[in-house]
Design a protein around this ligand. Structure first.
Ligand SMILES: *[C@@H]1O[C@H](CO)[C@@H](O)[C@H](O)[C@H]1NC(C)=O
Ligand SMILES: *[C@@H]1O[C@H](CO)[C@@H](O)[C@H](O)[C@H]1NC(C)=O
Ligand SMILES: *[C@@H]1O[C@H](CO)[C@@H](O)[C@H](O)[C@H]1NC(C)=O
Ligand SMILES: *[C@@H]1O[C@H](CO)[C@@H](O)[C@H](O)[C@H]1NC(C)=O
Ligand SMILES: *[C@@H]1O[C@H](CO)[C@@H](O)[C@H](O)[C@H]1NC(C)=O
Ligand SMILES: *[C@@H]1O[C@H](CO)[C@@H](O)[C@H](O)[C@H]1NC(C)=O
Ligand SMILES: *[C@@H]1O[C@H](CO)[C@@H](O)[C@H](O)[C@H]1NC(C)=O
Ligand SMILES: *[C@@H]1O[C@H](CO)[C@@H](O)[C@H](O)[C@H]1NC(C)=O
Ligand SMILES: *[C@@H]1O[C@H](CO)[C@@H](O)[C@H](O)[C@H]1NC(C)=O
Length: 577
């Protein structure tokens, strides 16, 4: 309470804005849905007076309440604030869009159900779907890399123990003499130095994959500094590095960090001046060399932009009119899958954000699931990143009512990250059946940042093979793929064998950042493994993610990749009072 008093005085000294008192009181009171909507109402009053006033008021609140370092408050709100102000000028602060905004910003008002929508399909599912049969030929190899988060301003010797979301840089407020100097090849408080990324690409090349998939997030996490110029050059640089170090094609997708401001991908309906067209232009130039190339002629790889379903993309809240398919991403997937089905091909879907977690909007997750159910025979694999963890999510038919091996229709394999911020740097290697394009094995390769030699030269090695480790636990026969049924049966093992579950829990971060998981946590975690649709996960936050995290709860269901965005600072503002 004493702190609140000081903070308020400080604020009043900083800004003489007429609505400051109303804002402070709204921030102080925000702890449920109605009070969160009231907070949006107070912010709306300021937004109506213009972006500049909105940025000024919001920034001084952020600094005054100590929600983040002053440079972080200033940079983030200058970048993301105009989008939020635009939203607030465009919506009714008591409507459903406002509720969704409260969910995104503070984890409040999260209970609204799915808005029913039936995804249109050009043709009904075939009565006799094509059967894809393995002839038992030798598998081919594919590498899956994700969340590289390369920090091209990583500075050897800079402070590695700082109060920002990433360190190892000479920030304006860095101490003259670092307490923990950054080593040459990476640190768990910092995004990846170029040397670490290079060493991974060299390791991938030595494994000689037929092709690689990259599920997004090139750009580092200093979200309060990142701008269009940096994102453009970061994307170009990594495209060039992948092209020069990997001789086989790379099939990439866009991550939520691969834009500026972070997470911001405007809907076409926003008519935004600052839309993300420059991202698409940069990546189509960089990816052109790989587009339409594949080593396997009967496999189509469909790369999707999942950011139009991501709660932290604040462009999604600028209208009270519901849009089932912003920017036509679902329509694009349906078209691509129909073409694959017509040709008798199989398809893989690659994207950044898997659809089962609490950070994906329940509407679009539900609609995507309809597409998945319709084309489950064509889709042989789905691959994602974003969580930075080695995970999987299973989809079931019959609306997830019977979660059994027989009803498991698809699985999303989630890649670990290169960035050391969430554990040891890692990537996945798949062995793929050349007839069915199903995954026969999924191995994790890693480098150990705690190894004394890591700073001299990172060395990569096998962490584990899923077939070797988990196969015997479920009684997998030698010719069977790692099918959705296999992954389901593994969740059954985890539910009864805590030793196996705890091993998986530690393996999520490659033993690098293990969060203890008791019986309740295990129950929730296993429920989440069985949720490819976000309405089916067991994350029922009563308060925002950042609120819970600050309160000391384990962040098993967390969105590691959100970084320091608006939700982060607003949650900390609410917490501070
Ligand atoms: C906002 O929505 C509420 C409830 O639906 C309604 O009563 C109110 O008139 C709306 N306000 C505006 C400005 O449209
Ligand atoms: C990092 O800094 C915090 C305080 O800012 C301190 O408590 C902690 O001991 C430091 N860690 C190391 C490894 O120096
Ligand atoms: C649009 O982006 C440019 C460059 O990043 C920036 O200078 C400008 O302020 C932005 N305009 C708006 C309206 O946000
Ligand atoms: C890829 O193939 C599609 C469909 O055949 C074609 O429309 C497109 O122009 C091709 N793109 C490139 C870069 O070759
Ligand atoms: C369950 O899914 C099917 C489509 O697979 C749909 O027709 C049905 O209405 C759904 N039932 C419920 C209760 O949502
Ligand atoms: C990483 O290296 C540290 C220090 O040598 C060691 O204690 C730890 O077991 C290693 N971790 C793994 C997963 O090999
Ligand atoms: C999964 O478990 C079921 C029931 O025990 C069994 O019939 C099935 O063969 C198993 N499938 C796999 C792939 O392990
Ligand atoms: C439980 O899992 C552990 C670790 O994988 C394994 O060694 C053990 O045999 C399993 N126990 C049973 C009863 O299957
Ligand atoms: C989780 O707990 C619920 C309620 O106690 C129980 O019904 C369910 O079977 C548990 N799930 C697992 C995977 O243990």
């Amino acid at each position: 309470m004493f702190f609140v008093f000081i903070a308020v005085q400080f604020l009043l000294a900083l800004t003489a804005g007429a609505s400051t008192d109303a804002l402070i009181s709204a921030v102080q009171n925000a702890d449920d849905c109605p009070s969160c909507l009231a907070l949006l109402g107070a912010f709306q009053e300021v937004a109506i007076t213009g972006d500049d006033a909105f940025i000024t008021e919001f920034t001084s609140l952020c600094i005054g309440l100590g929600a983040a370092d002053p440079d972080v408050c200033t940079g983030l709100i200058a970048r993301e604030g105009p989008i939020l102000a635009h939203d607030l000028r465009s919506i009714n602060t008591t409507g459903q869009t406002a509720e969704k905004l409260c969910d995104a910003l503070l984890g409040m008002c999260v209970t609204h159900p799915v808005n029913p929508f039936t995804v249109p399909f050009p043709k009904p599912a075939p009565a006799h779907p094509k059967v894809f049969t393995s002839r038992g030929r030798a598998p081919f190899r594919v590498v899956h890399l994700s969340d590289v988060h390369i920090d091209r301003m990583y500075t050897i010797g800079a402070e590695a123990n700082c109060t920002k979301s990433i360190c190892c840089r000479d920030f304006a407020d860095s101490p003259a003499t670092p307490t923990v100097p950054a080593g040459p090849n990476g640190n768990s408080h910092c995004d990846s130095p170029v040397t670490l990324a290079d060493s991974m690409l060299e390791e991938i090349e030595s494994l000689n994959p037929i092709f690689s998939i990259f599920t997004g997030d090139v750009v580092e996490g200093a979200t309060w500094i990142v701008d269009q110029a940096e994102v453009t050059s970061d994307l170009q640089d990594f495209n060039a590095e992948m092209a020069s170090k990997l001789s086989a094609p790379i099939f990439p997708s866009l991550g939520n960090h691969d834009s500026a401001p972070v997470n911001a991908f405007a809907r076409t309906t926003s008519n935004a001046v600052n839309n993300s067209q420059w991202v698409y232009d940069t990546q189509s130039a960089g990816w052109e060399q790989w587009i339409n190339r594949t080593a396997a002629s009967e496999l189509r790889i469909i790369s999707i932009n999942t950011q139009f379903w991501y709660k932290q993309n604040y462009w999604l809240y600028d209208s009270d009119v519901l849009q089932p398919d912003p920017n036509g991403i679902l329509a694009f997937i349906v078209e691509a899958l129909q073409a694959a089905e017509d040709a008798g091909d199989r398809a893989w879907i690659i994207g950044h954000i898997p659809l089962g977690k609490e950070d994906t909007l329940v509407d679009q997750s539900n609609y995507y699931d309809q597409v998945l159910q319709r084309y489950k025979n064509t889709i042989a694999g789905q691959f994602f990143g974003h969580s930075h963890k080695d995970q999987f999510e299973i989809a079931y038919n019959q609306n997830y009512t019977e979660q059994t091996a027989e009803n498991a229709v698809s699985v999303g394999l989630i890649g670990p990250a290169l960035t050391p911020t969430s554990g040891n740097p890692a990537f996945k290697v798949y062995e793929i059946d050349p007839d069915t394009f199903e995954v026969m094995d999924a191995s994790v390769m890693f480098t150990n940042i705690s190894d004394p030699n890591f700073q001299i030269k990172p060395t990569w090695g096998l962490f584990y093979s899923a077939r070797e480790l988990y196969g015997p636990l479920v009684g997998l026969s030698p010719t069977e793929p790692l099918s959705p049924a296999f992954w389901h049966n593994l969740t059954e093992v985890f539910a009864t064998n805590d030793t196996a579950f705890q091993m998986w829990n530690a393996f999520q971060s490659r033993d690098g950042a293990v969060i203890a998981c008791d019986a309740d946590c295990a129950n929730t975690t296993i429920c989440d493994m069985r949720a490819f649709r976000s309405e089916n996960n067991c994350d029922t936050p009563s308060a925002g993610f950042a609120l819970r995290k600050r309160a000391g709860e384990a962040s098993h269901d967390s969105d590691e990749c959100e970084g320091a965005g608006l939700s982060h600072i607003l949650s900390r503002m609410v917490l501070s009072v």
